[in-house]
Write a protein that binds this ligand. Structure first.
Ligand code: HEM
Length: 209
């Protein structure tokens, strides 16, 4: 009996270990000087990093901005992230290459259906945004982005935690690559990591922009 319980417990622990969601870690971009909390998926070769301005210390409203960096293989048809921990009712960002340029498209949807363009985020593309022979990189300032219709990052607590998920279609181009509002087919790869927002506030946030 004890042996059976032990085996069952070890199996349970093993499964837990295999399924554990990785935590974001700190890294800095040597060119821009911007420091992120992020994660690189070793299998999918996707990197996602996020960084936020310091939280308000005088009781005033917090900034609604963050900077995000998304890097993916240039061969993927499209790559996307959700900053709300789900596909539905969340702020999504989708990117793909088009004639050597990066198309970045904020999206939103109510279910497992084609997400459509979402208006609200004010996006400024930052240096580092590029397409080369191996990868596509989007680096952008996103204002009006910490909350959206149906949700907020960290559930509204900018020092809480947030599951960041990324998806991609690794072989099929979007239908109309020149158009940021293009439809596309469903993702075929998925990954996620846990972002501790308390660690993701960068004191030089505004001075480096
Ligand atoms: C035509 C476009 C899309 C379709 C038809 C679609 C459909 C689906 C379906 C059916 C699932 C459930 C899969 C399962 O449980 O096995 C799912 C999950 C998911 N999708 Fe999509 N998707 C689309 C685009 C996107 C985009 C653009 C993003 C993000 C940028 C995204 C993010 C996610 C995430 C994070 C999940 C897993 C978490 C969850 O269930 O909410 N999807 N999608």
């Amino acid at each position: 009996m004890f042996q059976k319980l032990l085996v069952a417990s070890l199996l349970f622990l093993g499964i837990q270990f295999v399924n554990a969601v990785p935590n974001a870690t700190a890294y800095c971009d040597s060119t821009s000087g911007i420091c992120y909390q992020g994660y690189t998926d070793p299998t999918l070769d996707i990197t996602v990093g996020l960084t936020f301005p310091p939280v308000s210390t005088d009781g005033g409203a917090n900034s609604t901005a963050f900077i995000a960096e998304i890097v993916a293989p240039v061969t993927y048809g499209w790559t996307g992230i959700t900053v709300g921990g789900s596909m539905a009712y969340s702020l999504l960002f989708v990117l793909w290459p088009y004639e050597g340029e990066v198309i970045l498209s904020p999206r939103w949807t109510t279910g497992y259906t084609q997400p459509t363009p979402y208006y609200g985020p004010i996006i400024t593309m930052l240096p580092g945004t590029s397409v080369n022979s191996t990868s596509i990189t989007a680096s952008f300032l996103c204002e009006n982005c910490t909350y959206w219709e149906g949700g907020a990052i960290g559930g509204g607590d900018l020092e809480g935690t947030q599951l960041i998920e990324y998806v991609a279609n690794n072989d099929t181009e979007v239908f109309d690559p020149a158009n940021y509002a293009s439809n596309f087919t469903i993702h075929d790869v998925y990954g996620s990591f846990e972002l501790n927002l308390a660690d993701a506030h960068f004191s030089d946030f505004f001075s480096l922009l």
